[in-house]
Design a binder for this molecule. Structure first.
Ligand code: ADP
Ligand code: GLC
Length: 465
């Protein structure tokens, strides 16, 4: 079976969040499967050097009467061929989606060109299945159906809140027939919604955890699309994400100073000591709580900020690393220097994040909503106990009660009291060093890879053939 896997970010070429990790780990696991010939495609952003890629083919895509030239490049690595779409509008900007917190105003055209290029490449490669991810690829599902191409599409929703919504003029710019502009089509409160193209026109629909697949059918988590998702619920399956366990492996990780495994947790403590030395935080005997997160409302930063004083009144250290919204950045930064046991590092830093996972005793993930979340898996792999809100993929992967895999502290209501109670349970767990260590060891021995998830995707692929 020939498959083309399309995503706007694939690690290590481009990353803004978990989509990149998953696009890489899932596609590599699937590519290794018997009977699957999988290649993948993503944009060539300006920061991906052309000289490292091989020119493949030139093509033209027609959108709204305008011809856009695209050049495909390719790279073979880790057993998978990755194609890169190079087009002036897509490739010449500094960022992927925007700059300085502002989305590019022509993202409709940029990702319209990307979607059309995906379809062109799928034809060139003669694939029978196209696996599309998130709104940036979503229009490809519609283009395939419009052109009556014999290619099946599977569309994966990683985060329903990001929909790619544009002014109605996008329709003519992209040459999309206005007959699709209605509430069961692309229309969304008078605008054009790209995500709806993926949900509406795909042959199979997935989201990244069983719980989230249910939640997005409710008004509370449906981001205005719950009715539309319910309309297409027959096509929908929730498949839990996994991580690349080779990349996230404390035994082999070159980004951390002291490598370790479950039999050598003293070396984890050495990582903690080294990590704290490089920050204003003191005393490695105190439990270290870490948060590694995009600075977005989704991630529960309000709850952390609201509870900060109570958290920091305890003998703990709290380290937050993140990038995103200017207002969260300011609110977090305002606490630097105010408490001796709190530090916020603003920025996106892959190496620092690995060092923080290795140093952490606990990982805070109090999300308002979480389609799947990857930081809980990475934390558990590095022997840090996750403290999570029971929602979406966090609910499916972290259990406070007896469980074979995925032990952590779990709370449910999105409220300060519930969060602080969970925090108190975390402190009690840490004091019970035998139990804490048993949870660490249990988690570190778990399989959080895509082994099972990839099988579920594969079964879906097969069901479409
Ligand atoms: P989301 O995709 O919603 O941001 P996930 O938990 O699925 O959340 O994935 C987040 C990924 O991004 C993880 O690999 C995490 O380690 C990484 N990450 C998040 N913030 C940072 C940061 N500031 N620096 C480095 N890595 C980060
Ligand atoms: C999104 C979600 C996150 C998920 C990731 C990968 O960014 O916010 O929960 O883990 O996609 O699927």
């Amino acid at each position: 079976m020939k498959v083309l896997f399309a995503s706007s970010e694939i690690f290590p070429h481009a990353k803004s969040g978990g989509l990149s990790d998953v696009s890489s780990a899932l596609s590599e696991t699937l590519a290794a499967e018997e009977g699957v010939e999988l290649s993948r495609v993503m944009p060539r952003y300006s920061f991906i050097e052309k000289k490292k890629l091989k020119p493949f083919k030139r093509a033209e895509v027609f959108l709204g009467g305008t011809c856009h030239e695209v050049n495909f490049y390719k790279l073979e690595k880790s057993g998978v061929v990755t194609y890169f779409v190079d087009a002036p509008l897509l490739s010449e900007t500094l960022g992927m989606y925007g700059e300085a917190g502002e989305d590019y105003s022509n993202n409709d055209l940029r990702f319209g060109i990307f979607a059309a290029a995906i379809v062109e490449l799928a034809r060139l490669l003669d694939v029978s299945l196209l696996h599309l991810n998130d709104w940036q690829c979503a229009l490809a599902a519609l283009f395939i159906k419009e052109r009556e191409l014999d290619i099946k599409t599977l569309f994966t929703i990683h985060n329903l809140a990001y929909q790619g919504v544009f002014e109605v003029g996008a329709l003519s710019r992209l040459g999309i027939d206005s007959k699709h502009f209605h509430s069961d089509g692309l229309e969304f409160y008078g605008k054009v919604n790209f995500l709806k193209a993926g949900i509406g026109w795909c042959d199979a629909l997935t989201s990244v955890s069983p719980s989230y697949a249910q939640e997005i059918q409710t008004p509370e988590y449906g981001c205005g699309l719950d009715g539309f998702v319910r309309l297409h619920a027959k096509k929908l399956t929730g498949i839990l994400n996994g991580i690349d366990q080779n990349h996230f492996n404390p035994k082999k990780d070159k980004l951390i100073p002291f490598r370790y495994d479950a039999n050598n947790l003293d070396a984890k403590h050495q990582n903690k000591t080294a990590f704290l030395k490089a920050t204003p935080l003191k005393d490695p005997r105190k439990p270290l709580f870490v948060m590694i997160s995009r600075l977005a409302e989704q991630k529960g930063l309000d709850l952390v900020l609201e509870s900060l004083e109570s958290l920091l009144a305890e003998k703990i250290n709290l380290y937050v690393v993140g990038e995103g919204s200017a207002s969260y950045k300011e609110r977090l930064e305002a606490n630097n220097g105010k408490y001796e046991n709190f530090y916020f590092h603003n920025g996106y830093d892959e190496a620092l994040s690995h060092q923080a996972y290795a140093a952490a005793d606990f990982m805070l993930i109090p999300s308002r909503y979480e389609p799947c979340g990857l930081t809980q898996f990475i934390a558990m792999r590095y022997g840090a106990i996750p403290l999570v809100r029971s929602v979406g993929g966090l609910k499916d992967s972290v259990h406070e009660e007896e469980a074979l895999c995925g032990r952590g502290i779990v709370f449910e209501p999105y409220a300060k009291e519930a969060f602080l109670e969970a925090f108190a349970r975390a402190l009690a767990l840490k004091k019970n060093s035998k139990k804490y260590k048993a949870w660490q060891e249990q988690n570190m021995g778990c399989d959080f890879s895509f082994a099972q998830g990839a099988q579920e995707y594969l079964n879906l692929y097969k069901s479409l053939m």
